[in-house]
Design a protein around this ligand. Structure first.
Ligand SMILES: O=C(O)CCC(=O)C(=O)O
Ligand SMILES: [Fe+2]
Length: 452
């Protein structure tokens, strides 16, 4: 069970991403020597103040003792024209950042307005910290994967496999250990002694991959600058769902006693879930519906070699796997109270309109951008960057996908022949299984699904 803190300053991207609310001039600076709730204390300062502090501390050799760590700087978002780096191929299948480049994470106005900047955030960061700065024990936001590249400096990473996560929690599964190097109280964390840590030093120019759900603590062994991304895709989508589901149960538990006096109990649970976890069930459902559509379109184009610039069974299998992963998650959503008949009827218009009318979605500019991004990512993954750029230049007419070379492509007709409206996870699950997806996938895909 994840830590749950309604009003905590748990602003780091472990759970919430509240740091994204800060304007450009106020980066997220952690004071590594002070704890605030389950995270390090955050300080208000400008980038210049941060750099002056760093340079001052190292040049006069007379440190003022504070260890300031600039975290979660949305460098790519702030300086898109600078193109400091391109995402390494292994990490390019990044649904999270692709989506946030074209879509808001929340649709409900009360959540979206409340956290406007979270709503158009990304999860591509720069971290900068002097020797001795560190990040407390955590598992990453949405239980995403993360990768981290050291531009300069060195980091020490301590990892705990998910099978041992429970050992860092207290008896009530309410709070987790903050610093594994502290004298951890056996009374509070009775199983901590059972943990077995994997240790790894990351040198300059090296990249670390953090798998979903692995708790980790990180120390800068030298002055270090790194690039850090969080992302998820068809391979770890179930981790995202499992976290949302766990956090949802906690959200409900906390307000169960006011259920009877609440006009919209489910709505309140979902608002609290979005505030705590960064996304709620409806946000996630919109997300997976759109990725289902995008993957169906890509699959349609790749199935017929005459219509496809990329004809590869491997790539087709990738799209099929993605679709089965989405279907698998949709099948788990069905049994939650949030998607029972009554609550489905109460879903806000903003959310409903974002997943229900397929033709409308296909016409949206934001969906088109998502599709182009997905298509480019797979081109990049499959063919390498040079070919990918060539593909981009030959952008298509008359078709939704950049991978399609036919001007009279009928992908919209194909989709709407079996999928016009989506009312909830049941529809999504059924339609993703529809025979029309592909002639080859259904037999295989059921096996894939059984293995998931
Ligand atoms: O580099 C750090 O201090 C923390 C990085 C981290 O937690 C991550 O990339 O997931
Ligand atoms: Fe992390």
């Amino acid at each position: 069970m994840a830590e749950w803190c309604f009003a905590s300053a748990d602003a780091q991207r472990t759970e919430q991403g509240d740091e994204n609310q800060k304007p450009k001039s106020a980066p997220d600076v952690a004071d590594c020597s002070s704890r605030e709730f389950s995270d390090q204390k955050r300080l208000e300062m400008s980038m210049r103040e941060f750099v002056d502090h760093w340079v001052g501390n190292s040049s006069n050799g007379d440190s003022d003792g504070s260890l300031l760590y600039l975290k979660d700087w949305h460098f790519m978002k702030e300086y898109p024209a600078y193109v400091a780096y391109t995402t390494p191929t292994f990490f390019a299948d990044d649904w999270l950042n692709m989506y946030l480049d074209s879509h808001p994470i929340h649709r409900d106005s009360d959540i979206a307005n409340h956290a406007n900047e979270i709503n158009c955030a990304d999860y591509r960061f720069v971290y900068m910290g002097a020797k001795g700065t560190w990040t407390p024990l955590h598992a990453d936001v949405f239980r995403s994967y993360s990768w981290s590249a050291n531009v300069c400096g060195r980091k020490l990473w301590l990892f705990l496999p998910p099978s041992q996560s429970r050992f860092v929690f207290d008896r009530n599964l309410q709070s987790s250990v903050y610093n594994i190097n502290d004298d951890v109280s056996e009374k509070q964390f009775p199983e901590f002694n059972n943990t077995e840590w994997l240790e790894c030093t990351q040198e300059q120019n090296e990249i670390i991959f953090v798998p979903s759900g692995w708790y980790h603590q990180v120390h800068n062994l030298e002055d270090t600058i790194s690039i850090n991304h969080n992302w998820f895709n068809g391979y770890n989508l179930h981790w995202v769902w499992n976290l949302l589901h766990e956090d949802y149960k906690v959200a409900k538990y906390y307000i169960e006693d006011i259920r009877d006096i609440c006009d919209d109990f489910e709505g309140l649970c979902q608002r609290n879930l979005a505030a705590n976890t960064g996304m709620n069930f409806y946000d996630f459902f919109v997300f997976i519906t759109r990725f289902a559509l995008a993957n169906i379109i890509e699959l349609y184009h790749i199935q017929n070699p005459k219509e496809s610039a990329l004809s590869s069974t491997e790539t087709a299998n990738h799209f099929i796997y993605n679709l089965m992963s989405i279907r698998n998650v949709a099948s788990k959503m069905i049994s939650t109270e949030a998607f029972n008949t009554e609550n489905i009827c109460n879903i806000s218009e903003q959310n409903r309109s974002a997943f229900s009318d397929i033709i409308k979605i296909l016409e949206e500019e934001s969906f088109r951008r998502l599709l182009v991004a997905l298509s480019e990512a797979y081109n990049y993954i499959n063919r390498g960057q040079r070919d990918c750029l060539k593909m981009r230049d030959s952008n298509q007419k008359g078709c939704l996908s950049v991978t399609c070379l036919k001007s009279d492509c009928n992908v919209v007709g194909h989709i709407t022949s079996f999928m016009r409206e989506i009312h909830g996870p049941v529809d999504l699950m059924r339609k993703v299984k529809h025979q029309s997806l592909t002639n080859i996938c259904i037999g295989d895909s059921d096996n894939v699904l059984n293995d998931m």
